[in-house]
Design a protein around this ligand. Structure first.
Ligand code: FAD
Ligand code: NAP
Length: 313
């Protein structure tokens, strides 16, 4: 039987879409999530801007109850990667990594974004062997040791603060002398004694041996280099939108996208294709916040319910 709605991705947007579609009356809804539900916030060591949640809480703590709440209303979670979403007539086809295809009347795409590579020498070679994009996952390996953090956005500064509590020293390397991060986070970083700012500088090369990273060379705007001997380098240089599922066999996208590869939606999360909605970090002008991703998921779900009700009536 065809799904009333297929939700692709199980982060804050997908889980909220799952909650609203099932609780709002759609009976046959599956959320396809390739890993554990929760999304990228589960790699965050602290979230302090989700409304109503006070005190120190990790991203994992925040997301833990969300799947259970959805399942109570009938959302099915299938742990599998979706390789492509296509449309044939008025039905969507969900192509799964196991080669099977599911039919759906409507689709909400919530595949979010993934950490970007900074592009310096040695980054790929030492990824997972001293180069990391997740402080909560890997920070503990460097307890009492010195580490380098690359980036000047909210993620880099928040994770530098987290690492400063575990590590003896954090070198924060940023390519400019002003930060993108929220001003109060910048203040906290500046007040933290064991964080040294290295500004107007970029990573040149990470080096090491067969045990992993042993150091990094950074280069400033004047071309001067500095060698820092550390076993760990954390890169937080932004994210790329996960839009691969929308690429069709001929290489075009299923719906209209902008030049950054983000899905173009209206304020109701409708894409250029009837019955296809996009929510969360992957849509145009996304504020890239848990609360807005969840809000998008709810908006998209309400649209999907109306669309399916009308189509099947
Ligand atoms: P995501 O959370 O990216 O979830 C997408 C999901 O889709 C993932 O679970 C992924 O596995 C799945 N997926 C992707 N492709 C496929 C596929 N082909 N098939 C099946 N499943 C797929 N926001 C805040 O509001 N406050 C914060 O303090 C904060 N801190 C952050 C700290 C860090 C370290 C990071 C990385 C982000 C932080 N954010 C924060 C941003 C926030 O996490 C995101 O805005 C939010 O998670 C976006 O939700 P989403 O559901 O759109 O996508
Ligand atoms: P971001 O805001 O895009 O910041 C990326 C940082 O990396 C920028 O400072 C950028 O420098 C730098 N950078 C990019 N490419 C680089 C390269 N090749 N080499 C060296 N440096 C490079 O990404 P983010 O910090 O991951 O945040 C993503 C989104 O999530 C943002 O909208 C953010 O607000 C949100 N978020 C929010 C919270 C929160 O609300 N508490 C927490 C985390 C993330 P430039 O500044 O020079 O461009």
């Amino acid at each position: 039987m065809a799904l009333d709605c297929a939700i692709i991705g199980g982060g804050p947007a997908g889980l909220t879409a799952g909650l609203y579609t099932t609780r709002g009356g759609l009976e046959n809804v599956t959320m396809f999530e390739k890993g554990m539900p929760g999304g990228q916030i589960t790699s965050s060591s602290e979230i302090e801007n989700y409304p109503g949640v006070t005190g120190e809480i990790t991203g994992m703590d925040l997301m833990m109850p969300w799947p259970e709440q959805c399942q109570k209303f009938g959302l099915v979670h299938e742990m599998i990667e979706v390789t492509r979403v296509s449309k044939d007539g008025d039905m969507f086809h969900i192509h799964k990594a196991d080669g099977k295809i599911e039919e759906a009347h409507s689709v909400i795409i919530c595949t979010g974004s993934s950490p970007r590579r900074a592009g310096f020498k040695g980054e790929e070679e030492f990824f997972g062997k001293g180069v990391s994009t997740c402080a909560t996952c890997d920070g503990f390996f460097y307890k009492g040791k010195e580490v380098v953090v690359i980036g000047g956005g909210d993620t880099a500064l928040e994770e530098a603060l987290y690492l400063a509590k575990i590590c003896s020293k954090v070198y924060l390397v940023h390519r400019r002398d002003t930060f993108r991060s929220a001003p109060n986070t910048v203040e906290r970083v500046k007040k933290t004694e064991n964080i040294e700012l290295i500004l107007n500088a970029v990573p040149d090369e990470v080096y090491g041996d067969n045990m992993g990273v042993t150091g990094i060379v950074v280069k400033n705007n004047n071309g001067e280099t500095r060698n820092i001997e550390v076993p760990g380098v954390f890169t937080f240089v932004g994210n790329d939108v996960n839009n691969q599922t929308l690429i069709q066999e001929d290489g075009t996208f299923l719906c209209d996208m902008n030049e950054a590869g983000q899905v173009i939606v209206d304020i109701s999360m409708r894409t250029s294709i009837e019955g296809l909605y996009a929510a969360g970090d992957m849509r145009i002008a996304a504020p890239k916040q848990v609360v807005s991703a969840a809000g998008d998921g709810a908006v998209a779900a309400l649209q999907a319910i109306s669309y399916v009700d009308e189509k099947l009536s």
